[in-house]
Design a protein around this ligand. Sequence first.
Ligand SMILES: [Zn+2]
Length: 47
Amino acid sequence: MPGGVAKRDLPTKTCPVCQRPFAWRKKWERDWENVLYCSDRCRRKGK
Ligand SMILES: [Zn+2]
């Protein structure tokens, strides 16, 4: 799939707050490199 992210092979990261893996989401497509937390809730806890 040139130029796009395959739906079955989304990148994942591990949330440092809840230690759970989370997958790439469309809303993060422009900011994935800066996404650290799985949710706003964890982001608040993490700071
Ligand atoms: Zn989390």
